[in-house]
Structures are given as structure tokens and as C-alpha cells.
Design a protein around this ligand. Structure first.
Ligand SMILES: [Mg+2]
Length: 237
């Protein structure tokens, strides 16, 4: 059966950590950390985050940030207070605001083709405002923010909430997200198909899951499932 709707994770799928902004924020606290050092520390910090989610943590933002800052050289004595300050600031100075390459064009193309789209995110309760500020919100029928709904991925309930608003049966929805533990496991438990997105994605023994390392591969996977988004390099785009 061709798919008829798509849901997207937000963090590291549509928008990613803006390491230049984080470096600037740390400088406000007297911490001299280069954006490049944050970029270099990111993969290990993210693997730590994934392990925490796999152990049942619902939104281990502080653990992710602490691992990232420690990996980038922030002194241990400064970690707790710095992470607490960044978390307190996150509501109004969200650090996840840099476009993931190629994903804005993909979302815009799907919306232009009339595909109902939603966001399903483990976030802090301010995601709709952030996506509006960044110019993404107009493409989505609904934005499921765990901080608002009180239910978080991988709980199937947050996917069901979005599916009800999309008006499409679960087995005709494809969810795109970078977290195996939250996005892939959650979407499959809710009856959706899944695209495991990002550099860490690897093929799984499940015909309902496709691994896509970047936006072009995601576009190709969605097209293969019957969604009108064009193939990479399609001159019709
Ligand atoms: Mg994510």
C-alpha cells in the first residue's frame, strides 16, 4: 500500500544543534569553547544520549548536554551549573535551530504535493513556537511536542495523536527520525513505517524500516513508498 502521510522528528532530523550559538552562549559564562570542539564531541555525546533513551530515559537533555560539554573540554566543576543554566534558557533561546541539510526542501516539496505532514518530537513544550520562528511550521498539520502532550517517544501514544490529526491510518504513515530507540522503535510499535535518518543509521532486518543517511536518501525512500516528493536529482523539482 502506498504511504499517504509523513511525520518527522525535529532534533537532528529537521533542525540540529547550532554549535556556533552554543559556543557563544558558553562565552557569556566565561567558558572558552570552540564550536569545532563541540562538533567533534557531538558523536560520542549523542551515542550516550541514545543509550540513555534505550534505558528508558524519556528526554535526557541534561545528560546529552553534560556529555557534550565535558567532551568539548568544559571543566567538570563547571558542568552542573552550566547545564542547568542552558536548560533554563532553552525555552527562549533554543539551541536546536540550524537546518539539517536538504530537509527543508524535502518538507516543502512534500507539502507542495499535498502530503499531510506532522512533527513528532520529544521536546520541551515550546517546539511549535520555535518552528514558527524558523519558518517551518506552515508545512505541518500538527506538531506533537512531548513537553505539551505529556507522552513521549517511543510511546505509541504520541504517534497516535499525530495520526489522528493527519487523518491517515497508521500503516500509511512514514515516520522519519534519527533516534533508533525513540523514532524507529516507537513508530514501529505504533504501526507506522520508519525511516531511520542520519549518519548512524544502518539497515535493520525489518521491511518496514529503511536506513537513510541524508536528505537525498530519505527522499528516495519516501518516493519508493509512493510519496510524491521526486527522486534525488529529479529535474522536475
Ligand atoms: Mg531527533
Amino acid at each position: 500500500m502506498p504511504a499517504g502521510a509523513v511525520t518527522f522528528d525535529a532534533g537532528q532530523t529537521l533542525v540540529e544543534l547550532d554549535t556556533a550559538m552554543l559556543a557563544a552562549r558558553l562565552a557569556e559564562r566565561g567558558l572558552d569553547v570552540a564550536a569545532a570542539a563541540l562538533d567533534a564531541a557531538w558523536p560520542a555525546a549523542w551515542r550516550h544520549h541514545e543509550a540513555e533513551v534505550g534505558r528508558g530515559a524519556r528526554h535526557p537533555w541534561r545528560q546529552l548536554m553534560a556529555a557534550l560539554l565535558a567532551g568539548a573540554g568544559v571543566p567538570a566543576a563547571a558542568l552542573d551549573a552550566t547545564v542547568a543554566w542552558l536548560w533554563d534558557q532553552q525555552a527562549t533561546r533554543n539551541l536546536w535551530r540550524r537546518d539539517v541539510p536538504g530537509m527543508r526542501a524535502l518538507v516543502a516539496d512534500l507539502a507542495a504535493a499535498g502530503v499531510p505532514l506532522a512533527v513528532v518530537s520529544n521536546s520541551e513544550g515550546h517546539l511549535a513556537a520555535l518552528l514558527a520562528e524558523l519558518g517551518w511550521a506552515r508545512w505541518f498539520v500538527a506538531i506533537a511536542d512531548s513537553g505539551v502532550l505529556g507522552v513521549a517517544k517511543p510511546d505509541p501514544g504520541i504517534f497516535a495523536w499525530a495520526g489522528a490529526r493527519l487523518g491517515v491510518a497508521a500503516d500509511a504513515i512514514v515516520h522519519v527520525g534519527d533516534s533508533r530507540a525513540a523514532d524507529v522503535v516507537g513508530a514501529r510499535a505504533a504501526g507506522l513505517r520508519a525511516i531511520w535518518f542520519g549518519a548512524d543509521a544502518t539497515p535493520l532486518d525489518d521491511p518496514g524500516v529503511v536506513a537513510a543517511r541524508d536528505a537525498a536518501a530519505t527522499r528516495a525512500a519516501l518516493a519508493a513508498w509512493g510519496l510524491p516528493c521526486g527522486a534525488p536529482g529529479d529535474p522536475g523539482r
